[in-house]
Design a protein around this ligand. Structure first.
Ligand code: 5GP
Ligand code: ZN
Length: 141
């Protein structure tokens, strides 16, 4: 059905309202995570570099739940390219650094990047979850 409407509208895909909202702010204006980067809204920031910001998730899914985001607005992994390799590497190494800082390196932790509808992405500014402090089952639900 979605494909039929997409064809009628001569667009490649139809998106959820959330995706549309986030795409309409693809330049970063009015994006909640861009607003955190620009200090327009408050977040409990634990680390900041030239390229990334890390802060506590507002709705934590584990005793330690941090989000690591690039300062530059990229909607998700689908929109990443070779130009983003360095920031993607920095995000991963930031997760590692924070895992040590928060004492998760021995007990273990999970890093996750939700991309698109099936993964339940709700904020369309690239972010990495760092979760720890409890056992996580596998495969995820
Ligand atoms: P997603 O579901 O897109 O992978 O993850 C988005 C995450 O951002 C969620 O875990 C959600 O709790 C968190 N989040 C959404 N809005 C805010 C906010 O304004 N501040 C903070 N600190 N976290 C947020
Ligand atoms: Zn953004």
């Amino acid at each position: 059905m979605r494909e039929k409407y997409a064809k009628a509208l001569q667009v490649e895909t139809l998106h959820t309202i959330e995706e549309e909202l986030n795409m309409s702010v693809g330049n970063g204006i009015e994006c909640i995570f861009c607003a955190i980067v620009n200090k327009q809204i408050k977040a409990n920031i634990v680390l900041e570099s030239d390229g990334v910001v890390a802060f506590h998730d507002i709705n934590k899914a584990a005793p330690i739940h941090l989000l690591i985001i690039p300062k530059e607005h990229v909607a998700n992994l689908n929109d990443a390219s070779i130009d983003n390799s360095s920031i993607l590497g920095e995000m991963l190494l930031t997760a590692r650094e924070l895992a040590f800082q928060f004492g998760l390196n021995e007990s273990g932790y999970r890093v996750a990047m939700n991309t698109g509808r099936d993964a339940g992405q709700t904020v369309f500014h690239l972010h990495m979850h760092l979760l720890g402090g409890r056992h996580f089952s596998w495969p995820p639900g």
